[in-house]
Design a protein. Structure first.
Lengths: 393, 71
């Protein structure tokens, strides 16, 4: 298919060291009229500094209230290929593990029913299929669901839960993130496919406080693996590390609670004052390991800035055992959703509602005991470094 | 109350709201439950039947709502 549009502004986005979405659209445009018109449409949006997309409306798959995001061009005559350009979200498997032939099959189906453009994965964690017409939604859904896939979440619903790789590859995982994510997904099918909330709700499950999926900033509920008791220390390995690193500077001085010290060649940890940040464990992998009584900390309320400003999740349950059948966890979630449903306004996230009605009221009405661990903002951030001139100022 | 009867009540509520106020699923559950003394789970099951049959649909306009599909 020949080039239809000059795109000088988009072409600028192909320069530089990083992969460019423009390059990918151009590659798809070689065999897709839809992608070809997308180039012209996007160039027009950039040139006129205004979006020509209309979002939402009445579009989807029968029986489902989510998983398809309606999108239309307001210039259908000029760019007929993108008159409809709906997005389809497919629920990703926990940990994002795929067989190559499954991905090839999905891409072939999308070449058949859509633009051929994908976003794997979108920031939601779904497999995102960009650009199709309304009449192609049901056939695409029928073909994918017959192969075992299901739609993900969208709208005022539970969004597709996602997680880090957890115990499948990471020795630091304190919880089985993939099993938990799968269980939540199966348990809350109705909440994911039939939007009933005031607004969206996201779960993200991280195996430890390294939080590789950034759940603390991206999920209404962050489930972060942690432990009770003492960090396991191998003093012989500590001595080995001392030969190649400055333990005082790189570990002890960077401990956010100052709970460590070197006693001769041995590392001493005041575990009662450790906040399980994982810094020391991540730096001295052979010498330190999490404690053996493992579970999760539940945090609530983070969101990106849409209606109001961005929020980070904060602790609502310092420690919970996350083992099947997760009854205690699900009971708590149901109570939180009921409270949100009773009190939340349209498009109000759970974190915003707590800010509006107060954290003490949330705790009281949901039935959670206050705890000193429920810190909304940390005393200091160990990953933020002041320059000397900042300190002098 | 029979499920078919609940479905009729839900449909009538959505129909009466058309063009006036968009109803969320939770609005319907609360209203029908409160007005007719029916458990929310029963209302939810009836509503699910209506959506599965395509009699009512979910729409998205800055939030997810239940509406009658366009003719």
């Amino acid at each position: 298919m020949s080039k239809k549009y000059d795109t000088p502004m988009l072409d600028e986005l192909e320069k530089g060291a990083f992969p460019s979405f423009v390059t990918e659209i151009k590659r798809a445009a070689a065999h897709s009229d839809m992608s070809n018109d997308l180039l012209g449409h996007t160039e027009t949006c950039y040139k006129e500094r205004v979006t020509h997309w209309k979002h939402g409306g009445i579009v989807g798959v029968r029986g489902y209230g989510g998983g398809v995001i309606g999108r239309y061009s307001d210039m259908p005559d000029k760019f007929p290929g993108v008159a409809h350009f709906h997005t389809v979200r497919l629920n990703s498997p926990s940990g994002f593990y795929y067989k190559a032939d499954a991905l090839v099959e999905l891409c072939d189906l999308w070449d058949k029913y859509g633009s051929g453009l994908t976003n794997i994965h979108g920031s939601t964690g779904d497999l995102v299929f960009l650009g199709t017409r309304t009449e192609n939604l049901e056939p695409f859904f029928a073909e994918t669901s017959s192969r075992g896939w299901d739609l993900g979440g969208s709208g005022s619903a539970l969004r597709t839960p996602s997680c880090c790789l957890g115990k499948s590859r990471c020795e630091w995982a304190n919880i089985d993130t993939m099993a938990i994510t799968n269980d939540i997904t199966q348990h809350y099918q109705d909440e994911m496919h039939r939007p009933a909330f005031p607004y969206k709700f996201k779960f993200k499950v991280a195996g430890c406080a390294c939080d590789c999926i950034a759940s603390i900033a991206r999920a209404d509920m962050s489930i972060i693996g942690t432990w009770k008791g003492n960090i396991r220390v191998n003093q012989a390995e500590v001595a080995n590390y001392a030969k190649t690193m400055n333990i005082q500077a790189e570990i002890i001085d960077m401990c956010p609670t100052g709970c460590m010290k070197l006693d001769g060649k041995e590392l001493r940890i005041d575990n009662a004052n450790c906040n399980r940040c994982m810094h020391c464990i991540a730096k001295m992998t052979k010498a330190l390991r999490p404690g053996t009584e493992q579970g999760a900390t539940l945090l609530l309320g983070s969101k990106a800035p849409i209606v109001t400003g961005a929020l980070m999740s904060w602790v609502i349950v310092p420690f919970i055992k996350m083992e099947p059948p997760y009854e205690e966890f699900y009971e708590l979630i149901d109570k939180i959703w009921e409270w949100w449903d009773e009190n939340g306004k349209n498009r109000e996230r759970i974190g915003e509602l707590i800010e509006r009605l107060s954290f003490p009221r949330f705790l009281k009405e949901v039935g959670l005991e206050p705890s000193p661990a429920m810190v909304k903002e940390p005393r200091r951030d160990p990953f933020f470094f002041w320059a000397e001139e900042d300190i002098e100022r | 109350m029979e499920k078919e009867e609940v479905k009729k009540i839900i449909y009538a509520l959505v129909e009466a709201s058309t063009g006036k106020k968009k109803l969320k699923q939770s609005d319907i559950l609360k209203k029908v439950s409160a007005d007719h003394g029916i458990e929310k789970d029963e209302v939810k099951a009836a509503l699910r039947d209506l959506v599965d049959a395509g009699t009512l649909i979910f729409t998205y306009f800055g939030g997810s709502f239940i509406e009658i599909p366009p003719k």
